[in-house]
Write a protein that binds this ligand. Structure first.
Ligand code: MG
Ligand code: MG
Length: 251
């Protein structure tokens, strides 16, 4: 069942998105060598709860924390804890906010101190792949067109795209029907129409696309140990394009 949202419902999701953006901004300000991923989780949880919202991920299928923290070769779903971030690391933070009955979901990958040029290129290209994907979010185009846009940008830079994990429908539930791939041919999958709300979330690896799940049952890493970056926005399809509900203004 694909739930299309009214403009009022999209506006409600955007309110969750604003809390999420504020949380991401606080996390960006906090990321530095010496901080632990557990401290980032605490910062996010207090920002979300102080706004009267709930972290979408805490307790989701038993997930033990408020955000996912995925450093270096961790792709997604890393569990915050005692790991200390070091100069030269990259850290993906994935945040979900549940506010007045609606979810928003967004992720960003930040540099920790000074990172090498290849890592900086990975972040730049992954963010650009998200922008290219969102440029294809409009009525009449298909979700396969969105995935194809990600793959084009990432592979042109010599990187690879994770295949087993993808974006998703979002709304009253964190994960609703609709699989938003990050690769594959254009012209396939569902046709987008106004009122669809989706999370678009490219995961781009410096090496191969293959993944592995660690023994904790959550943490997804690159099989070859190469760096991975992750950027995500929650997007509403509008009559003439789309609106990013988790838009971050340049700071
Ligand atoms: Mg997310
Ligand atoms: Mg998501």
């Amino acid at each position: 069942m694909i739930y299309r949202k009214s403009p009022e419902e999209v506006a409600a999701m955007k309110r969750a998105g604003r809390i999420l953006v504020d949380t991401l901004n606080r996390l960006e300000d906090a990321v530095r060598p010496g901080i632990t991923t557990g401290q980032l989780d605490a910062i996010a949880e207090s920002a979300i709860t102080a706004a009267g919202a709930t972290p979408s991920f805490k307790g989701y299928r038993g997930f033990p924390a408020s955000i996912c923290t995925s450093p270096n070769h961790v792709i997604v779903h890393g569990i915050p804890g005692p790991q200390v971030l070091e100069d030269g690391d990259i850290i993906s933070v994935d945040v979900g906010v549940f506010y007045e009955g609606w979810h928003a979901d967004s992720a960003w990958t930040f540099p920790v101190g000074d990172i090498d040029p290849q890592a900086a290129e990975l972040l730049k290209v992954t963010e650009a792949s998200l922008d290219a994907a969102i440029a294809r979010c409009k009525p009449g185009l298909r979700l396969g067109d969105v995935g194809h846009a990600v793959e084009e940008v990432a592979t042109a830079a010599g990187f690879s795209v994770v295949r087993e994990y993808a974006g998703h429908g979002i709304g009253r539930r964190l994960h609703e029907e609709l699989w938003v791939p990050n690769y594959g041919p254009p012209g396939r999958r569902e046709i987008m129409s106004a009122g669809m709300t989706i999370a678009v979330e490219p995961m781009v690896n410096m090496g191969g696309w293959e993944t592995r799940v660690l023994d904790d049952g959550w943490t997804i890493v690159t099989e070859d140990g190469s760096l991975s970056a992750h950027f995500e926005h929650t997007v509403a399809i509008t009559p003439d394009g789309c609106e990013i509900l988790t838009l971050r203004e340049p700071r």
